[in-house]
Design a protein. Structure first.
Length: 293
């Protein structure tokens, strides 16, 4: 079979899926048509002989195109009538992708318009099309953990709940809290620990952490501060599934994760996880030390 004809048939087999992705990303039929057409042009100009998963390759391409279109839309200032209003989806005889669980309503599209382009892409690809964060990360230029956080922020906004982490500024604020906790712990600074712990903070440890010497549960800032005073020698700030946490690294291996709940400017809860199976399920990115400001 002629290669061009073969690619055309493969593209047509994926057209409904590509239109579904593009519509959820863009909410505009005219832009969907443009994105899908551009995807075909890129396919026709590309050497795909080494591509094992053409459907996944096409999804990535259309997602990149949609992301560029969203960013261009956000940067334009020639829209005097207000924000972009999603268009209702016209009937499309090709739109019958059985892998799509939920139809898109106008209300959801309006909420999606409130997300940043990167949040929208991460949320749509992961939550609606089950694309792994490892594949989303290079599209948005982030780590898988950061892509997970983007999707999480988008999900909370779609669900109408307040975002725990509101952008990079909030992540930076939480990083300062974590750094202060680690420094106070290493330095045996009891007052410094109290300053970053909520008065009603709760510490809990799983069975594996208890076997390493942790108590099962500790309540109250003074008690938790006392238990951490003079410790944290091997502790490093980390992103765990996109959220600020503390990783304990011994012998080059991750041994314990301290998952944190940060409320305002205080740590409200600490969960120590040392179970090897559970540790393997987390997406962990150990962060580099920050230069003194």
């Amino acid at each position: 079979m002629d290669e061009k004809k073969f690619l055309a048939e493969k593209f047509e087999a994926n057209r409904a899926h590509l239109r579904a992705v593009a519509y959820r990303m863009l909410g505009s039929q005219s832009e969907v048509d443009d994105a899908v057409q551009e995807t075909w042009l890129r396919l026709s100009r590309s050497d795909t002989s080494s591509v094992d998963n053409l459907a996944g390759w096409l999804t990535t391409v259309v997602a990149r195109i949609c992301l560029d279109m969203l960013r261009s839309r956000k940067s334009r200032r020639e829209e005097p009538i207000g924000p972009h209003v999603p268009e209702p989806a016209a009937h499309d005889e090709h739109e019958h992708d059985s892998d799509i669980a939920d139809s898109v309503g106008a209300a959801l599209l309006v909420v999606l318009e409130t997300l940043t382009p990167a949040e929208r892409l991460a949320f749509v690809l992961h939550d609606m099309f089950a694309v792994p964060f490892e594949e989303i990360a290079p599209i948005v230029g982030r780590t898988p953990a950061a892509a997970r956080q983007l999707a999480s922020r988008g999900r909370r906004r779609v669900q109408g709940t307040p975002a725990v982490a509101d952008g990079d500024a909030d992540v930076g604020r939480q990083r300062k809290i974590v750094d202060a906790f680690i420094a106070a712990s290493r330095g045996g600074d009891f007052e410094g620990l109290l300053a970053v712990l909520d008065p009603d903070v709760v510490f809990r440890a799983d069975d594996a952490a208890q076997r390493l010497g942790s108590l099962a549960e500790i309540r109250g800032a003074a008690e938790v501060a006392e238990s951490f005073k003079g410790r944290a020698r091997a502790a490093r700030p980390a992103l765990v599934d996109g959220a600020l946490a503390i990783a304990v690294i011994l012998g080059g291996q991750l041994r314990v994760l301290l998952r944190l709940t940060i409320a305002g400017d205080r740590i409200a809860a600490v969960e120590a996880v040392a179970d090897a199976e559970r540790l393997g399920q987390f997406d962990v990115e150990v962060l580099e030390p920050q230069a003194p400001s």
